[in-house]
Ligand binder design. Structure first.
Ligand SMILES: *[C@@H]1O[C@H](CO)[C@@H](O)[C@H](O)[C@H]1NC(C)=O
Ligand SMILES: *[C@@H]1O[C@H](CO)[C@@H](O)[C@H](O)[C@H]1NC(C)=O
Ligand SMILES: *[C@@H]1O[C@H](CO)[C@@H](O)[C@H](O)[C@H]1NC(C)=O
Ligand SMILES: *[C@@H]1O[C@H](CO)[C@@H](O)[C@H](O)[C@H]1NC(C)=O
Ligand SMILES: *[C@@H]1O[C@H](CO)[C@@H](O)[C@H](O)[C@H]1NC(C)=O
Length: 466
């Protein structure tokens, strides 16, 4: 009994002493804080301690002592003040003030000091520098492009890239861009935008230039003319670096001629014939060269008529007749037309062309669009036909027109199926050999004759090649 009561007594005494000791020991009442604020602001970092007693309070930044409550003589850095209530004040904040600050309570031996960490983050608006710093990247078509933006700011900015008014869809907010310049339209301005939510986003611009071989195009690679008139052929050239453009005629560099002038405005290059001479007809080449490469376009100056153009009209179809209307543009009077037609069945091999020779009207005014019509009669009803037309003037035969496909009226053919379309697909075009064969066959208008001549021609060609 006695022993146990002594034990309880000792026990209670021990608990009381430890409680007293803990109560008497200094303890932080303030809690660790991170202060995020802007440049030039003032920040107060608290260090409120219960039971501080005579213990000393010190403020540290890394291993640098900032202030000591026991030594007012210690040289606190400029802009830093420790108040009597142990609060640390940092004024006129600068970027370099970002970091951890430690409040330390130094206790007499054998007790270790106790400490609490605070942090200041001086928010800083983003800034950005392009790489390369010149803001210019020059590559050749097909080369790899490398560009980057170096951003700073607190917190660290995220980078987005914008080109041609659109944000690049990248997997991450990468400061570096790497891609292959495989299309010259990728040239232009690349802007990187650095933002961190503080102030305005910062921007840097990089200009990408892609050097590429000349690209040569032409509106018309066949130009109709006639002796005595004015004519022009032209080509468009784009290139970087700028291309040198030459005109060639029938593969020879074009000699300077009295009646021919060359002009050049922006990317358009023109060859002007003030009065065309018969010797001017031929193939001209617009050839552009820069140090990346060479390209060209061929343009023919010709006296033959422009290919005729059929007028599309489906109201003129009846069961057995079909009226064709076409327009043709020729500076020299048209002498005659060759109208070629054949039946068309979808999915089957078309039959041979039937040729009709149509003499030109009188009253042809050279240099004007000339309209002519012709009615095909004796056609099968409810059938589809194809037709094409060639015109001849003093310089020869024009190229065939686009193929026109039309249907005759009849049972099982709805009105809307008479709609005529001009086929421009390559497979509907007459082959040059086909045209030559038809034109050679001047006196032959019947289907059977055309067949025989066609077969003979093929046989002759086969024999010639063996
Ligand atoms: C901070 O003060 C400096 C000097 O007065 C000034 O140049 C700077 O623009 C100020 N910064 C901000 C964010 O106001
Ligand atoms: C502070 O500096 C003054 C004058 O230099 C001196 O008299 C005083 O003793 C110093 N106090 C402490 C705590 O060192
Ligand atoms: C500590 O002192 C500073 C300066 O006098 C004062 O601004 C701050 O409010 C004080 N803090 C407390 C908790 O009294
Ligand atoms: C280049 O890009 C343009 C525009 O995006 C596109 O129309 C063109 O087809 C591209 N050219 C090639 C060769 O890929
Ligand atoms: C079709 O042609 C024939 C003979 O030329 C003519 O008699 C007939 O009236 C024409 N029909 C139509 C609808 O044009």
């Amino acid at each position: 009994m006695f022993h146990s009561s002594v034990l309880v007594c000792i026990c209670v005494l021990f608990l009381t002493v430890t409680a007293w000791a803990r109560a008497r020991h200094p303890q932080f009442r303030s809690i660790p804080t991170t202060v995020k604020t802007s440049e030039n602001d003032t920040v107060l970092l608290p260090c409120y301690v219960d039971n501080l007693g005579n213990n000393i309070v010190r403020w540290w930044r890394d291993d640098k002592l900032l202030a000591d409550s026991s030594d007012p003589n210690i040289t606190t850095p400029a802009r830093v003040t420790m108040f009597p209530n142990n609060t640390l004040q940092v004024e006129e904040l600068r970027p370099e003030d970002t970091g951890e600050y430690m409040c330390q309570v130094v206790r007499p031996a054998p007790w270790n000091p106790i400490q609490q960490m605070h942090a200041i983050e001086v928010l800083y608006p983003p800034s950005v520098v392009p790489i390369p710093e010149s803001g210019q990247v020059i590559v050749e078509l097909g080369d790899e492009v490398k560009m980057a933006c170096e951003a700073s700011g607190v917190p660290h900015p995220i980078i987005t890239w914008v080109t041609k008014g659109e944000e690049l869809q990248l997997l991450d907010n990468r400061p570096k861009l790497r891609f292959i310049a495989d299309n010259r339209t990728m040239a232009g301005t690349y802007e990187c935008i650095a933002s961190n939510g503080v102030g305005e986003p910062a921007r840097a611009v990089i200009e990408l230039r892609i050097l590429y071989p000349p690209e040569v195009s032409t509106d018309r690679n066949w130009v109709h003319a006639s002796p005595g008139i004015r004519a022009e052929i032209s080509c468009m050239v784009t290139a970087d670096p700028e291309a040198e453009v030459q005109w060639l005629k029938d593969s020879q560099l074009l000699e300077p001629r009295q009646h021919i002038s060359t002009y050049h405005y922006e990317d358009k290059f023109r060859l002007l014939f003030r009065r065309v001479q018969a010797s001017d007809f031929g193939h001209y080449m617009c050839r552009a060269t820069n140090r990346i490469g060479t390209n060209q376009q061929t343009i023919q100056l010709s006296g033959v008529a422009n290919p005729a153009v059929f007028k599309k009209d489906y109201k003129i179809a009846s069961e057995n007749n079909y009226t064709l209307i076409w327009e043709v543009d020729s500076y020299s009077p048209i002498i005659e037309y060759n109208l070629l037609f054949r039946k068309y069945h979808e999915g089957t091999r078309p039959g041979p062309w039937v040729k009709l020779i149509i003499p030109a009207d009188g009253g042809y005014v050279p240099g004007q669009l000339h309209s002519k019509s012709y009615t095909l009669t004796g056609l099968d009803s409810s059938s589809t036909y194809e037709v094409t037309l060639l015109s001849r003037n003093v310089f020869g035969w024009s190229r065939p027109s686009s193929v026109l496909r039309f249907s005759t009226a009849g049972e099982g053919v709805e009105d809307n199926e008479l709609v005529v379309e001009v086929e421009t697909h390559e497979e509907n075009k007459l082959l040059p050999a086909e045209v030559a064969a038809i034109l050679r066959d001047q006196n032959c208008a019947s289907m059977s004759h055309t067949n025989i001549i066609g077969i003979l021609l093929i046989l002759i060609m086969l024999l010639a090649t063996h």
